[in-house]
Write a protein that binds this ligand. Sequence first.
Ligand code: ASP
Length: 222
Amino acid sequence: MKHVVASLVLSLFSGIAAAQAYPTRPVTLIVPFAAGGPTDIIARITGEYYSKTLGQQFVVENVAGAGGTTGITRGAQAKPDGYTIMMGHMGTHGAAPALYANLKYDPVKDFQPIGLVAGTPILIVARKDFPAANLKEFVAKLKDPAAKVKQAHAGVGSVSFTTCTLLTSQLGVKNIVAAYRGTGPALNDLIGGQVDYMCDQIVNLVEQVKGGSIKAYAISIP
Ligand code: ASP
């Protein structure tokens, strides 16, 4: 399992002069996943803080698709004036180049990092009535083809994708997978019982685990 970092980036070659006041108008903060997921929540908390401390609105725009690469591509192609920034993470700026042959951005050359925002452990969570009482039984289910276990993730290259792929490859199993535009909508389906499990950042899972609408088997240790 991986320790995940979310970080803010902006397109390179920003025209902001050092002495000039910034920002003088609202800033768009692109979240490359659907609303309600970890990236979205972290971005909204961060954006609200920036709005308060910098005196301009930081407007979150969800541009989801292709494991986060659609939104980051949009940001990379925006005017590099500091008024479009993105919430990237290990998927969009780490895994994506290895998984997308025609990626339209270079994670190193096309962005200027602003800073690290969050480091988040990963939980393995399942629907509340998944028939496994502990990690050992959960692994046994994954290994049983007759169980037809269905895993949710946020698109190829997303953190939920890469972490669960690491898990299943280590176990030597293949699950049925369902790709979502973010793990916010995936979590809704996990709660609704349409999918069996996922591996995701802890951010919006704790309350659901505590409330019993899903259950957790394991946590990564950062
Ligand atoms: N947690 C997601 C991921 O797997 C993205 C999201 O925040 O919705 O990368």
